[in-house]
Design a protein around this ligand. Sequence first.
Ligand SMILES: *Cc1c(COP(=O)(O)O)cnc(C)c1O
Length: 362
Amino acid sequence: MSISAQAPAYIRAISPYIPGKPITELAREMGLAVESIVKLASNENPLGMSPKARAAVEKAVGGIERYPDQFELVAALAARLGVAPEQVVLGNGSNDVLDLAARVFLAPGRSSVFSQHAFAVYPLATMSAGGECIAAPAKHYGHDLTAMRAAIRPDTRVVWIANPNNPTGNFLPYAEVRAFIEAVPADVAVVLDEAYNEYLPPAERVDTVAWIKEFPNLIVTRTFSKIYGLAGLRVGYAVASAAVADLLNRVRQPFNVNNLAIVAARAAMDDHLFIAESFELNRRGMEQIVAGLKRLGLEHIPSHGNFVTFAVADGAATNRKLLQQGVIVRPISGYGLPNHLRVTVGRETENVRFLEALENSL
Ligand SMILES: *Cc1c(COP(=O)(O)O)cnc(C)c1O
């Protein structure tokens, strides 16, 4: 028998994650200059990284021969979030902590529940751990918490909620999320993925971390990849009850976050000016793109993130025409949305390039 056949069936059944096309790859394929390409495919921060984070990285390069120390970043996050340091678990991106949650609570014979059109990492993490995936039908492209509650089986050990969700941008009112957590059996972990939390207007944000006191089965995850602009460094975190955080730490690689990522995240946390600029650029860019989509007569799903998903007649064909013009967006047929495309909000000029290319593509 072949070596591939030795992998458990649940591993062989995984469909690989398809990332946004890298700029360099499109440049090679189309013979385009790298500088001429606009990439709005991976919800990256168009302003780049925080200048404070950059300075911290440059300074830390000198200490790369040492193994990383997570102490300071964990302490700073704990202080900021009002929890004990024992409740914070760092990840090599928040993708890593999602995977840790799956490895802690899932195994063959157990299942996890997530919504149709939810983030692709939930099925990936579930299947990697040997768990079974249960996708609850969506409502208006977003999570239907009633359907998700009904989908929970006796063998379910994890429920995944992305709020706001990627790739649809839907947002669930906090009262509904809270009522859902109250209704979920206490022996089921609820992973509340808040990768886009910082793009919500501050007045609309609720401190979900404070709920952990009441719900020891709640795990809140956030990331430095989105508004903080550190996607390439890979750093995110989970906040959980001390007991759950302890379990997550047992399966975590001891040095899962590198030295540069740690110091960059620590500095980025305090770069309030950069965060405010990023927020404002996104707010204006979102208006610009939504107005452009309306002008072109295209339907979109109202988004609370730094991206917006819109409908076209043929997603693959429109995507091809955009690529020919050097514009990279994200096809989302893998999310069950073959005739939608997701575009990340860019700088004003990038958004103009996108809208012009889109008009040419229709
Ligand atoms: C981007 C994203 C993440 C975070 O990814 P990392 O880079 O691994 O931190 C997590 N959840 C959702 C829904 C996302 O869109």
